[in-house]
Design a protein around this ligand. Sequence first.
Ligand SMILES: Nc1ncnc2c1ncn2[C@@H]1O[C@H](COP(=O)(O)OP(=O)(O)O)[C@@H](O)[C@H]1O
Ligand SMILES: [Mg+2]
Length: 251
Amino acid sequence: MEPVRADNVTATAAALLAVNNIEVIYNHVVLVLKGVSLTVPERGIVALLGANGAGKTTTLKAISNLLRAERGEVTKGSITFAGARIDRLDAADVVRRGLIQVMEGRHCFAHLSVEENLLTGAYTRRDGRAAIAADLDGIYDYFPRLKTRRRAIAGYTSGGEQQMVALGRALMARPRLVLLDEPSLGLAPQLVEEIFEIVARLNRETGVAFVVAEQNTNIALRYANYGYILAAGRKSYRDVKFYRRRKRWLA
Ligand SMILES: Nc1ncnc2c1ncn2[C@@H]1O[C@H](COP(=O)(O)OP(=O)(O)O)[C@@H](O)[C@H]1O
Ligand SMILES: [Mg+2]
C-alpha cells in the first residue's frame, strides 16, 4: 500500500466517496447520466466541472439521494460512502452518515434570521444544545460576516451572504463531505474568492471534504486537488474525463 502524506491528497488515498459507473434516468425515460464515476479521498476537495445542462446537479443529487423528489432514479452502478453503500438509503439517512448537499441557488429560509437558518442545519443531531451552540460559534469564526448579520432576515441579505448561510447551515450537521452546487453562480468575483477561501480553510482545519460543482473551471481547479469534467456527448450520453492538476504545493 502506498503511503499517503497529509499534504498530498490523491485519488489513491482511502476513498471517502466512490461513485461507480452510475446511470440516471428521469421520469423512467430520459437518460441524463451514463457511466459516471468519481472518487473523493478523505479530506479532499474535488471539482465537478461542466457546462450548463451537463449533469452536475443530477450527479450531486444522485449522491445525496435527492433525485427521487425530482422523479429521477439511479438505474445502474453504485455509490459508496465511508465504506458503505448509500444508493438505496433515503436522503435523511445520508445526511446522518455525514454527507450533505448545499443546493444550487443558495436556498435559505427567507423569512428566518441568519442564525435561525444556521440552527435548522443541526436538526439531525442528537448531541445537545451545548455542542450545537459551540458549533454555531465555530461557524461564525469561519464566516465573520454572518456573525455581524446574525439577526438579519435571510431573505434581505446579499447573494454572497445567502451562499454563506447555506454552507454554514450544512456545516451545522457536522458533515464529513459537503456537495456544493455552483457556489459562484451570480456572485461578484471577490465574493467567489472569499467563499472558496473559506472552503479551503474549513477543509484544511477541520478535514471536511468537498465536491464542488462549477461552471467556473478556473476558480474550482485553483482550489481543488483535481477535477472531473462532465462533457455533453453525442447520442445524449455524457462521458466523464479525469483531470489531474499539479498540486498547489508543487506549483
Ligand atoms: N427533473 C428533471 N426531469 C427531466 N430532465 C431533467 C430534470 N432535471 C434535469 N434534467 C435534465 O438533465 C440534464 C442535466 O441537468 P443538470 O443536472 O441540472 O445539469 P447542470 O447542473 O450541469 O446544469 C439537462 O439536460 C436537464 O434538462
Ligand atoms: Mg446545476
